[in-house]
Write a new protein. Sequence first.
Length: 294
Amino acid sequence: MTDLARVTVLTALAPAAWGTTFIVTTQLLPADSPLVAGLLRALPAGLLALLIARRLPRGHWWWKALVLGMLNIGAFFPLLFLAAERLPGGAAATLGAVQPLLVTVLTVLVLSERLCRWRLLWGMVGVLGVGMVVLGPAAALDGVEVAAGLGGALCMATGVILTKRWGRPEGVGPVGYAGWQLTAGGLVLLVPALALEGVPAGIDVGAVLGYAWLGLVGGLLAYGLSAAAAGDRHRPARAALPAGGGAAGRGSARRGLHLVAAERLRAGARGPRGRPGGSDPAGAGSTQRSGRHG
């Protein structure tokens, strides 16, 4: 397998796992606890990764790991869960598709790379394409929802660029590198989550399985794969995008379609106000939760 093919496969598997976040959040996790959800997704997986890798940061990598952990985990996870709880999956996919455009701009500003017009064009096509597929006339958004979606995209885009700029320290594997970030982000969330939300009610077997899936598969595995793909500082920044090794816009569309598929499954299983097998009148999902957690 060529280097480009390997990077493409790795960067495709990670968003495939991330695409399950919305259906797991809305169907299994307790409502209205984005900070706790982010904490339980990040910290246990991060500590497990540290035990596996047995490697801690050294020197300037302490503060770099903290910065990356805050951007990619500590800020991104709560915004992601807030968007998952309040936005229809289609609208969330459209806002998330803005991320490659942000990466394109930050690549020029931070990495001093030349502006790639094709990358910019594909990014715009990705946003418009996902929006045309999933947004219906009944899709209504408020400022908090839009801010959460765009804020999450900006945090992740900035983390992608800084990861590309700093690379991965020599001798540190993808699992250890992901573990640094997951642990740092989880520790950042620890006090706010417990102080502002506390232990959520309604944690049952389904919720435990949901947290375990998001932490191990959507956290440790997916971020390990992403770190493996983005670890080479000499690759173009677009190779570090969490949805495709080639064109940013095509990657954003694929990531968006993962979210769309998850939303369709959620709507089909729930129906209006939790009735099994019903259809979603808005065409893009409802923010109402199932009766199990609603």
